[in-house]
Write a protein of this length. Structure first.
Length: 190
């Protein structure tokens, strides 16, 4: 068997890359807040129930996670890549006394374990949703809902879509549901 010799320079470069902080190139969308009316409709459309856990991927100023906790009595996790937003949103959550129910994580939505999520919300771009779809298919449990504002998840059929009209502008919401798994031994429907 031949030994594989990795040049020291390549090893150093790889180690440095692995330790890199979050990169701008991981950005899935710029920061643009969702209108509050739409936030509430998204969570209603998800049928978010008290005690359920919602993840907002790219949580910005935290309006989705804060609304989920205050109005829907849900647990909420906001994942945000931008340091300044993480700091200001964490301060806001603390000031509102919501630290028991809302967690703000400085992280990359593409690398987030979603296995605890009952609902995932996002306001990203269609091509960003393309990147996230394999993660949803890997992590999300049957019955979990994915709600996207303005941009669809390509290749998935929404269970419903809703339109919120604000000052004559239509705002579209897409709701998806992870199907219940087929019971063991059951024949898949033809
Ligand atoms: C259009 S804003 C939506 C903010 C908030 N969810 C809302 O609805 O008001 C998108 C947010 O995603 C964040 N973002 C972009 N790429 C991300 C990534 N890879 N991981 C986590 N957050 C990201 C941006 O910094 C920005 O705050």
């Amino acid at each position: 068997m031949k030994a594989v010799i990795v040049p020291l320079s390549a090893w150093i470069a790889l180690s440095a890359w692995a330790q890199q902080p979050l990169l701008e190139s991981d950005s899935l969308a710029p920061y643009v807040p969702t209108p509050q009316e739409v936030v509430e409709r998204m969570l209603e459309a998800a049928h978010l129930r008290p005690g359920e856990t919602v993840y907002d991927l790219g949580c910005g100023d935290g309006r989705v996670v804060i609304t989920a906790a205050q109005k829907f009595k849900a647990k909420a996790v906001g994942v945000e890549i931008k340091d300044f937003l993480v700091r200001s949103t964490s301060r806001k959550v603390q000031a509102l006394g919501l630290t028991e129910s809302v967690q703000i994580v400085h992280g990359n939505a593409l690398k987030t374990d979603l296995s605890k999520a009952d609902v995932v919300t996002m306001y990203l771009l269609t091509r960003s949703n393309d990147l996230l779809r394999p993660n949803f298919e890997k992590w999300l449990k049957p019955g979990a809902r994915v709600v996207s504002y303005e941009y669809p998840v390509r290749g998935w059929e929404p269970v419903r879509t809703e339109v919120v009209e604000i000052q004559k502008i239509a705002h579209k919401i897409y709701v998806y549901e992870i199907p219940q798994s087929v019971p063991k031994g059951a024949k898949p429907a033809k």
